[in-house]
Design a protein around this ligand. Structure first.
Ligand SMILES: Cc1cc2nc3c(=O)[nH]c(=O)nc-3n(C[C@H](O)[C@H](O)[C@H](O)COP(=O)(O)OP(=O)(O)OC[C@H]3O[C@@H](n4cnc5c(N)ncnc54)[C@H](O)[C@@H]3O)c2cc1C
Ligand code: FES
Ligand code: FES
Length: 1337
């Protein structure tokens, strides 16, 4: 675009301050503008695709037609900065600060322990803030709805909701638990007086005072009233035109037929960012009255196509509340779709026209619009025409019948009539904020006062490349009675008509086809019920709808959550300054809630700083023939290309084995393998250039799945083995021998902060400073040093805090930080890189997928005599930590059970996937869920309750594990009994059985699962830690230790330890960062042991200080801390001390099965109840009770936070999160749009957590216990509850006995396992005859 094109000034307000941008770039998002140009780094980048809410800000606009200011939560990552012209933006910085006035939302989220790593917190605060600006006393439903577009990976959501509940109508109480359970108030009155549930004191919260909120800038109001002309902004590649009238718009569209009309940018933004599309002209129609108007016509409501989905929903809701029910059935169907349409932030900006015109096959609105035959008005410079949304409207994948110069002006949503019934259904992996797997609109019109079909339209999304009408089926049904025969006919024809290729994009072919039938069945029953009501025909109701079948028609509904957390209060005499054991708030929580906490990418930019973008392999296995950077180097701002040639030290790297390269040299071994990197002046320039680096490959054969690796015997050696007893004898003695399998899918860490590194060369002796988001500063330092060819002493790695790690930043970060260091070293200036979410997911690996194969021998009584289990893990293209992970899987192969004869074999598969790595639980979850499978199968075959078989085998004090460790101080039985009692398990079991008797299409399931988790690094030398304590002359204490703060509250706990030892208040102690120049050779912050290890190191360092101060204390017993410190200083006493600790008496030799791998064990038990929808595969987490042994908790709030956060991460692992790879190793699921971690809506309806009382642990600091990982395994209780519910569903089809259910138990797996009449109508294709879209890796 020529630079002579006119460009206007972009004017908007940010936090009350006017911003004038003379060179607004249409390609720049508001988030980039805030963070880079304005230095407002409180809003975070978590995904860049509107899926996580970390970037949420409030946008306020004046709405001239309503004559009011409208406040909307929006995703700054998707809002083009140009769209903000004459708007007011409020960011987290604008509402409160720790240095001035903190906002009540910020205070409450922090003090309710709703912020762990804090990376999600500003976005969550801003969602809540916007809600409260619009509604000062919301209900809990409204609060949960406001959070539909926000994700948190740490907290498990419960504390956030409890904190925000204090603003709601139901504040002050848990909201009352159902099913006869007591409410939170009652639990406080427990007779066990030292047990408490007070994690925070809401009486200390500042009240919300809406009058204190900033007003809409008066100057902006004046500007809006004065402005009436078209504005235009011109960027490097794109121009943005905001016409002021419809005729101007139509002229522009005639002139630029390829121009995009951008309303919410929620499609166009994604296409430009992720699909590499470039649209040189963008037209913004938001201010054209005809495009945003809402008109009530005789036939319905006409919405201008730029009306947002929020306006659509509000208008329809109003109509539904005022107009008779039979007139608003189309509206109700649209509302049903909108309920599950994205999150609030997306609905607030995206337009109806955008949804229609994108013509996505999985659009949620189009099936309803098509079923309702909506009328659309289309205009161009040449005139106007009206068309119906019918089977001719969508002409191909993302294509419509509109001509290039035409636009959609409006859409009329019609009133329904008497005798018309319309429903909409959407099935997705996750309920909240997820794109559909199958979505549909179904509309039946009956001859007056009859049950004879006059017309019917069944429209499906997700079943073809466009939204489709099942025309042939519908034709067959016209004129028929709405009865069982019609049902049979309909599903028969649907199964023939709505089909999918077995290779169809999106996969899940059998499931999607089954859904078309199951959803019709739901519609059939719903209509039947309505007909019975409307025609007052009792015969229809009683003869056709069995009460048990009515459950099929209930729409998915979840009550707001309620919760109870119980823990042991500190003993009555404990001094007030002794904070150990108290629920102290995470010491960074307030800063995190105000956006003032600094993460790696929040660091101010250096003047000469450059940005780096990776060039990665697009092939799973190939020789690199050439790398052509010619085009890339020509692009604006590009400085250089970095590759293996630039490594002055060694290109070989790897955490244990040096089997990786920093840059692929001549061969790539996975898609995502780093080949090189482009360095440029800005992130945008670097990214653009990286995309045009041309790599030529010669493809080689590859292995992607575990099954392929098994077939080709592609294993890293050695095969691991753990054995106890006499397997042969055990099987001989058995009454039954049963074999089974389970595949456990991998898991993406999905820390909210992606990998990030900043390298700053020091220009002297090869010195370089690395600021990295890592759990492993030592490895980061040493790997960079090795690549740069300098001693480690020249490299400093510094970590302030990280926005979540979960194991993903234990080893995998160091490749990126090394690449960045190499680039900085080459350019002799600072270089930064923060991976985008999709890059992060592509290159960094995750939890290992596992395949478990077992053979179990057992007696008729359910007594297990022998177990033989083989584990296969998908390690990917390098070893990384895979052996240790496999070893831990084997350590957990017996879970808590004493099995006399047991053998586990561990095969680490070498494949062409990105190297998989540590992830909370570290192989334990995969090891233990397999053991729960065989114990479940034994119960099923013997017809015994599963909990009875579990209880029967539970280890006892003094039992010996398969790795020959004697179990002492066992608390598992206590946890088990308490969990049974808390959940009233046996009562609940009766209730579940009764529910299942009464419901055919909804089933409930229940499971109680125990967990034992070994604590220690199983690599012995890592069980060491250091700490450094400086006491300054003013009495302030700077504490440093080897652990990194990633939200788990480690620094808080360490300060608690130091405070207790030094006997000074927490406020005198400060942790600034973790760095390799203060505490060297640190072990990674991992394996749950960081509090144990660093806590003891801190303890030792503080003891040294205390000893040195003792003479001065003794001399002046009435003095203050400051007096003693000063006296010691003047006496020339060293007020700096380091501490060191190593776990004694551990060390294990896997080959010999000798020694002690674990310092001790953590125990816990969880009981969960779920409900599944047998027709769709949806499940609801109804209730969970957890009892966890954390020893004497150092900080119950943090420990409960870890339990709940880990539990929900486990719920994601076992029920929701699914990485989908193509057969050639390409990861399809690379962002929150396609990879679903649990959201607010996924937490159990009631969550009851109690910490086991009176359970001191002599092996760790102040008798505490490790907590980071073990509770994740408790989420298997949800998995087995689902399996239990499926068993009940299968029993309806006379299917009994064990069955295979792979993890995660997704809707697809649940539905397919609930075999019934509909599943039988869909015949799976022979797998040998086609290439699937995705494979189980
Ligand atoms: C996180 C996230 C979640 C989502 N969830 C869902 C979901 O649950 N269900 C669902 O169906 N979709 C979903 N989407 C897709 C998207 O939000 C919707 O399709 C939305 O309605 C698009 O509207 P928009 O205004 O943002 O479109 P834009 O990106 O502004 O425009 C989209 C396209 O429509 C064209 N267009 C817009 N208006 C007109 C017009 N009047 N005439 C002609 N062409 C026009 C534009 O030229 C462009 O090609 C999601 C997207 C994101 C990012
Ligand atoms: S960063 Fe904007 S939604 Fe994730
Ligand atoms: S606290 Fe929410 S992502 Fe870490």
């Amino acid at each position: 675009m020529a630079s002579t094109v006119k460009t206007d000034e972009l004017v908007f307000f940010v936090n009350g301050k006017k911003v004038i941008e003379k060179n607004a770039d249409p390609e720049m998002t508001l988030l980039t503008y805030l963070r880079r140009k304005l230095g407002l780094t409180g809003s975070k980048l978590g995904c860049g695709e509107g899926g996580c809410g970390a970037c949420t800000v409030m946008v306020s606009r004046y709405n001239p037609s309503q004559e009011k200011i409208v406040h909307l939560a929006v995703n700054a990552c998707l809002s083009p900065v140009c769209s903000l012209h004459l708007a007011a933006v409020t960011t987290i910085e604008g509402i409160g600060s720790v240095t001035s006035r903190i906002h009540p939302i910020q205070e409450r989220i922090a003090k309710a322990h709703g912020s762990q790593c804090g990376f999600c917190t500003p976005g969550i605060v801003m969602s809540m803030y916007t809600l409260l600006r619009n509604n000062t006393l919301p209900t809990m439903e409204e609060i949960e709805e406001a959070f539909q577009g926000n994700l948190c990976r740490c907290t498990g959501y419960r504390p956030i909701l409890e904190g925000m509940r204090t603003f709601s109508k139901s504040s002050g109480c848990c909201g009352a638990l159902q099913n006869g359970n007591s409410c939170c108030m009652k639990s406080k009155e427990t007779d066990e007086t030292d047990f408490t549930s007070r994690l925070f004191d809401s009486s200390e919260f500042k009240p919300l005072d809406p009058t204190q909120e900033p007003i809409f800038p008066p100057e902006l109001l004046m500007l809006i009233q004065k402005t009436s002309t078209q504005v235009q902004f011109q960027g490097e590649r794109v121009s943005w035109i905001q016409p002021n009238s419809l005729s101007d718009l139509l002229c522009l569209k005639a002139k630029h037929p390829d121009a995009k009309l951008v309303v919410g940018n929620t499609e166009v933004g994604i296409e430009m960012k992720f699909k590499n599309m470039l649209y040189p002209v963008i037209i913004a129609p938001n201010y054209i009255p005809e495009m945003t108007s809402v008109l009530h016509s005789e036939d319905g409501i006409v919405f201008g196509s730029a009306c947002t989905l929020t306006v659509l929903a509000e208008t329809l809701k109003k109509a539904v509340s005022k107009v008779p029910d039979n007139k608003t059935r189309v509206f109700q169907a649209v509302l049903a779709q909108l309920k599950w349409f994205a999150g609030q932030q997306i609905r607030n900006v995206s337009g109806i026209g955008g949804n229609v015109m994108t013509a996505s096959p999985i659009s949620d609105l189009n099936p309803v619009f098509m079923a309702a035959n909506c009328k659309m008005t289309i205009v161009s410079k040449d005139g106007k025409r009206e068309v119906r949304m019918d089977d001719k409207f969508f002409t191909g994948y993302r294509k419509t019948a509109l001509k290039p110069n035409e636009i959609l002006l409006s859409i009329e949503i019609p009133y329904s009539r008497k005798g018309q019934y319309i429903s909409a259904f959407k099935q997705a992996q996750r309920r909240d904020d997820d794109i559909a797997i199958v979505t549909c609109g179904m509309n039946a019109i009956f001859h007056e006062s009859t049950t004879i079909v006059k017309d019917i339209k069944l429209s499906y999304g997700g079943m073809a490349e466009t939204t489709v009408l099942a025309k042939k089926t519908c034709e067959q049904l016209i004129g028929k009675q709405w009865n069982e025969d019609l049902l049979q006919e309909a599903v028969y024809h649907l199964a023939q008509e709505i089909t999918l290729s077995p290779s169809a994009p999106g996969g899940m072919v059998q499931y999607r086809q089954t859904l078309t039938l199951s959803l019709f069945y739901k519609f059939y029953l719903t209509v039947l019920q309505n007909l019975a009501n409307d025609l007052m025909d009792k015969n229809i109701a009683s003869s056709l709808i069995l009460p048990a079948y009515a459950s099929a028609t209930d729409a998915f509904h979840k009550d707001p959550i309620s919760s109870v957390q119980l823990f042991q209060a500190v003993p009555p005499g404990q001094e007030i300054d002794d904070v150990v054991g108290r629920p102290l708030v995470h010491l960074s929580a307030l800063k995190q809630a105000t956006g003032e906490a600094i993460y790696c990418d929040d660091m101010p930019r250096f003047q000469n700083e450059l940005y780096l973008a990776l060039v990665t392999s697009t092939k799973a296995h190939a020789k690199i023939l050439s790398i052509d950077t010619t085009e890339a180097l020509k692009l604006p701002g590009v400085v250089c290309f970095v590759s293996a040639k630039d490594i002055s030290g060694s290109n070989a790297t790897g955490p244990v084995f040096q089997d990786e390269t920093v840059f692929a040299d001549d061969e790539v071994t996975c898609i995502g393998h780093i080949i090189g990197a482009v360095v440029a002046d800005t992130q945008e320039h670097a990214n653009r250039a990286a995309k045009v680096v041309n790599v030529a490959y010669k493809e080689l054969s590859y292995i992607i799945t575990i099954q392929e690796a098994i077939a080709k015997k592609s294993f890293y050696e050695p095969i691991r083995k753990l054995e106890k007893g006499n397997l042969k004898k055990g099987f001989e003695e058995a009454d039954h021998v049963l074999e089974g399998e389970i595949h456990i899918g991998g898991q993406e860490h999905f820390y909210l902060e992606t990998h990030c590194a900043l390298a700053v060369p020091k220009m002297e002796e090869g010195e370089i400073e690395l600021f990295v988001s890592t759990q492993n500063p030592h490895a980061t330092q040493s790997h960079a040093a090795k690549a740069l060819g300098v001693p480690s002493s020249r490299v400093v790695c510094r970590v302030k805090r990280i926005g979540g790690g979960f194991g993903g930043k234990e080893t995998r970060n160091s490749i990126l930080s090394t690449v960045v260091a190499v680039a900085a070293n080459k350019m002799k200036c600072p270089v930064r890189c923060m991976l985008s979410r999709d890059e992060d997911m592509l290159v960094s690996g995750g939890r290992h997928p596992f395949f478990g194969k077992y053979k179990v021998g057992f007696m008729k009584t359910g007594q297990v005599t022998a177990v033989d289990v083989s584990y296969y893990s998908n390690a990917g293209n390098s070893i990384d930590l895979s052996f240790s992970i496999m070893e831990r899987a084997l350590f957990h192969m017996d879970n808590v059970y004493n099995i006399p004869n047991i053998r586990g074999l561990g095969y680490v598969c070498k494949t062409n996937l990105p190297s998989n790595t540590a992830f909370r639980g570290f192989g334990g979850p995969q090891g233990m869920i397999t053991s729960e499978c065989w114990i479940n199968d034994v119960a099923s075959v013997c017809g015994l309750p599963a909990e009875e078989v579990r209880r029967k085998h539970m280890c006892k004090e003094g039992d010996i594990t398969p790795f020959n460790q004697i179990l002492n101080d066992l608390t598992i039985e206590r946890c088990w009994e308490e969990c049974l009692k808390n959940s009233q398990y046996y009562c609940l079991r009766d209730q579940v059985n009764e529910f299942n008797r009464q419901h055919r299409w909804k089933k409930r399931g229940l499971a109680i699962i125990p967990v034992k988790f070994g604590i220690s690094f199983t690599v012995t030398f890592l069980n060491q830690a250091g700490a450094l304590v400086h006491v300054y002359t003013d009495g302030s204490v700077l504490l440093t230790h080897g652990g990194t703060e990633m939200g788990q509250g480690l620094h808080t706990k360490m300060i608690q330890v130091a405070s207790k030892v030094l006997k000074i208040p927490v406020s005198k102690i400060y942790v600034s960062e973790t760095s390799t120049n203060t505490v060297p050779n640190t072990s990674p912050t991992a394996a749950s042991v960081s509090s144990d290890l660093n806590g003891m190191a801190v303890y030792n360092a503080c003891q040294t200080i205390l000893k040195r101060l003792k003479p001065y204390q003794d001399k002046h017993p009435d003095g203050t801390w400051e007096d003693w410190v000063r006296a010691a200083y003047f006496d020339r006493v060293n007020l700096s001390a380091n501490g060191f600790y190593k776990i004694p008496d551990i060390g294990y030799d896997f080959e010999k099965n000798e020694g002690i791998p674990f310092s001790y064990f953590s125990y816990g038990v969880a009981c969960s109840e779920v409900e599944i929808d047998c027709l769709t595969g949806d499940h609801k987490n109804l209730h969970t009770w957890i009892v966890m042994d954390v020893g004497n908790s150092l900080n119950p709030a943090i420990d409960i936070g870890q339990i709940e956060g880990a539990f929900m991460q486990g719920v994601g692992l076992f029920t929701l999160e699914e990485l989908r790879y193509s057969p050639s190793g390409y990861l399809h699921t690379r962002g929150p749009g396609s990879y679903k971690i649990p959201g607010f809506g996924d937490i159990p309806g009631t969550l009851h957590v109690s910490l086991l009382r009176e359970a001191p642990n002599s092996k760790a600091i102040f008798c505490s216990k490790a907590i980071g990982e073990p509770p994740l395994l408790l989420a298997t209780s949800v998995f087995f509850a689902i399996k239990d519910a499926i068993s009940a569903a299968r029993a309806e089809s006379n299917l009994t006995g064990p069955f295979r259910l792979d993890s995660p138990a997704t809707p697809e797996r649940i539905r397919n396992a609930c075999a019934d009449y509909f599943t039988k109508l869909i015949h799976p294709q022979d797998p040998q005859t086609f290439t699937p879209w995705a494979v189980q890796v």
